[in-house]
Design a protein around this ligand. Structure first.
Ligand code: 5AD
Ligand code: SF4
Length: 442
């Protein structure tokens, strides 16, 4: 039996792609091992969203000592797609280079490798296929990822993804629901629907269901307790998504809606296709939802031409929205993207200063936001017992981390259960509480 080792960089989409690749390999009789040393096949599933991410991949590749002459080293994912055949020059010990839009071809590419072909690529972006495997091994025992749409048809000026993941293609509603039911049968109660832009989902079969309809259908599958989704695009985010969350209690009251900048001028330069007024209209829908919504976002500082005043518009937006979490990044020029040759670059040190100011600002917002939960009861999906703190750890419906004590401590065996926790304290990164006395793990 052949063995393989896989290491994953980047986003949740990549993590889930790896799970599917693992499924494909296991179906072909490969056996997964935990170290690269003696594996027959070593795979790196890569990310190129920012230059640092890409450097990390090449550093890792340079440090990988080939385990024997016969070991096959393969590069998957976004760096593979972006660099293509150039990978063979930069890293001559690599013999397989495959972008995510070609994963359906993996079995045949592997056959060619098994037959001794030295350099094999899968780099076509011209596809209408989605990567579906009957057997996907999931890393997290309680929470499953599920892809509903692949690729991206937007052209944000800074972003490599349209060039690394290809055009948008949605899976059929029937195949999504079928997978959800199978996940429930194997014990999963929480699902995260994935796509670069889930809001532009459209069932390619006769129902033509849109994202809100798919969401409602998934949330109503018997046995499902929580449904999350990421990532949304403000331009395609419609009110019916909030209506669905209002109507279906399993749909989590947390929305990740990347804004990138608080300045309409910068948004235009980024080719984001919305203004701050339009973004705020979406936020209003969320603020008027039946349940209190947690709102999180992505922010880029130092996009070419961003002035101090425009940066302050971002700080101001953070206050107005009151985000429950931000992922913030320094702008990083990427190959092939329209922004690559934009002039008026913001100096690296200034980007660094702006990033720090954002993070510091967000701390104050989080302290204020989280304090409002003290005294409330949150349903927690429990993940593990932290021996260092003597607390159980889990996530609330709004995706807040909750650390809590239970009279029985670690012997309560709460992993994977849902239970009500009374919040007694709050911090920047988490809520702290106690399991409710009458709470029974379910
Ligand atoms: N530079 C910095 N941040 C970027 N992102 C995407 N491309 C870049 C880039 N070139 C950020 C965006 C996106 C998140 C996944 O990564 O904020 O939403
Ligand atoms: Fe990285 Fe974007 Fe590719 Fe995900 S889609 S792996 S974030 S470059």
């Amino acid at each position: 039996m052949k063995s393989f080792y896989i290491e994953t960089f980047g986003c949740q989409m990549n993590v889930h792609d790896s799970e599917k690749v693992i499924g494909t390999l296991m179906q072909r009789g490969y056996n997964q091992v935990e170290t690269a040393d003696h594996a027959d096949l070593v795979l790196f599933n890569t990310c190129s969203i920012r230059d640092k991410a890409e450097q990390k991949v090449f550093n890792r590749l340079q440090h990988h000592k080939k385990g024997g002459a016969k070991q096959v080293v393969g590069l998957l994912g976004c760096v593979a797609q972006q660099e293509g055949e150039k990978v063979f020059e930069r890293a001559p010990h690599v013999s397989l280079v495959v972008g995510s839009a070609s994963y359906t071809k993996l079995p045949e590419l592997l056959v060619r490798i098994e037959q001794g072909e030295r350099r094999v690529t899968g780099l076509s972006l011209d596809t209408d296929e989605t990567f579906e495997t009957p057997l996907t091994r999931r890393d997290n025992p309680f929470r499953a990822f599920l892809t509903i749409i692949e690729g991206c048809d937007k052209s944000c000026a800074y972003c490599v993804v349209p060039y690394t993941r290809g055009p948008e293609r949605s899976r059929t509603l029937a195949s999504v629901l079928d997978e959800v039911k199978k996940l429930v049968d194997t014990g999963y109660t929480e699902i995260t629907l994935l796509g670069q832009n889930v809001n532009s989902y459209r069932d390619p079969s006769a129902t033509q269901a849109n994202f809100a309809q798919l969401l409602a259908a998934v949330g109503q599958v018997p046995g499902i307790r929580r449904v999350r989704f990421t990532t949304s695009h403000p331009r395609d985010f419609t009110k019916d998504i909030i209506d669905a969350i209002d109507d279906v209690p399993t749909l989590c009251n947390h929305i990740h809606l990347p804004v990138q900048s608080g300045s309409t001028r910068i948004l235009e330069a980024m080719q984001r296709q919305y203004s701050i007024d339009q973004y705020m209209q979406r936020i209003e829908w969320m603020k008027n939802a039946r349940r209190k919504m947690a709102i999180t976002t992505d922010l880029i500082v130092g996009f070419p031409g961003e002035t101090e005043a425009e940066f302050q518009e971002t700080l101001n937006l953070m206050d107005v929205v009151g985000y429950d979490g931000i992922f913030s990044f320094k702008y990083s020029p990427r190959p092939n993207t329209p922004a690559l040759h934009m002039v008026d670059a913001v100096p690296e040190e200034e980007k660094g200063r702006r990033l720090l100011r954002l993070v510091e600002h967000q701390r104050t917002i989080l302290i204020r936001n989280n304090a409002a939960y003290v005294g409330s009861v949150e349903e927690v999906h429990v993940e593990y017992f932290n021996n260092a703190t003597g607390q159980w750890v889990g996530k609330s419906m709004q995706h807040k981390t909750v650390n809590f004590t239970h009279p029985e401590g670690p012997s309560a065996r709460l992993e994977g259960t849902y239970l009500d926790v009374l919040v007694t304290r709050s911090g920047v990164a988490s809520l702290v509480g106690e399991a409710m006395e009458e709470a029974v793990a379910v």
